[in-house]
Design a protein around this ligand. Sequence first.
Ligand code: SF4
Ligand code: SF4
Length: 369
Amino acid sequence: MAGASNVYFSDMRTRSKGSLLAKLERLVRAAGIEKIDMEKKFVAVKIHFGEPGNLSYLRANYAKVIVDIIKEKGGIPFLTDCSTLYVGRRKDAVEHIEAAYENGYNPFAAGCHVIIGDGLKGDDDIDIVINAPCIKSAKIGRTIADADVIISMTHFKGHELMGIGGTIKNLGMGCASRRGKMELHSAGKPSVDVKKCTGCGYCASRCAQSAITMQRKKAKIDPNVCVGCGRCISMCRFDAINVAMDQSNDILCKRTAEYALASVTGKPNFHVSFVIDVSPFCDCYGENDVPIVPDVGMFASFDPVALDAACADAVNRQPIVKESILNERADCKKDRFRCTHPATDWRAAVDHAELIGLGVKGYTIEKVE
Ligand code: SF4
Ligand code: SF4
């Protein structure tokens, strides 16, 4: 695929035309969100609710602007994300919804309900066949796979494994069920932390593969029998089962791009990216560090690849915030994300996403006031 996609941009100045929410509305309408047929359709608004304690995640107020447009178009909106692979406050649907509420994503602020995409324990998914170079069949959370339309809202920031936490990451990693996240992140199988294991035996009773046995009152996983579904991670109420995030960053970037392709396959999709509070690390952490560059603005496009490329380029044109971790990298002359995360290159995901037909890296910017 070659060429250039339209990317629409609004800065964060309000001047005399009302609030940033009004500006977001003008932006997405100009970008063509209303062209999507939403009448009586389930519209998934894919968003990262933020780990409690983190304060750089997107405010629910922004989501309500999109939700209100969906309703105006006759659609049935819901906010969604899939649960995490690692231990935290978003590892099953109950905790995840509580975290979302805690961070303001309730029906009053956001205008619709939160539905966690991959079920109570992260194992409710659908195989989407894509026959891509790395992934033949992606495991996408059933609720997201079942939606008729998907609209992503992304807080654009740094990411320790992918370089940037952009739209490709929001779609690819965020729409993967736990089984899918295992495929993205790990070359291995889960293991038991014997210090935390109480010997309750619940995981052993629930593993469909009978891969877990109890030995001397501790659970033990047989890696030769385990199929890597990841179900036991959320089964253990004592956070004793974990998985090593040992996939190389290059492979992770490519696989995530392929999962992003799976998440939008067969359905109209539209994407908004907020280059504000550009923290060095993902909103998955329960804290956020000083932004590495000043706020840039809001971007919208039908093309998630062009969107990530435009947002990354915009960040790279910004001065470095003196108080940030990036300023500690004295040798950073150009790519802000490569300097922040030298062990990974964000371009791997963007290049691969273009290769597999998710979109194009080329873009033209249209400014919306
Ligand atoms: S559920 Fe957790 S605590 Fe219980 S046996 Fe399994 S690993 Fe140990
Ligand atoms: S990952 Fe799945 S197959 Fe492996 S031990 Fe856990 S529940 Fe069983």
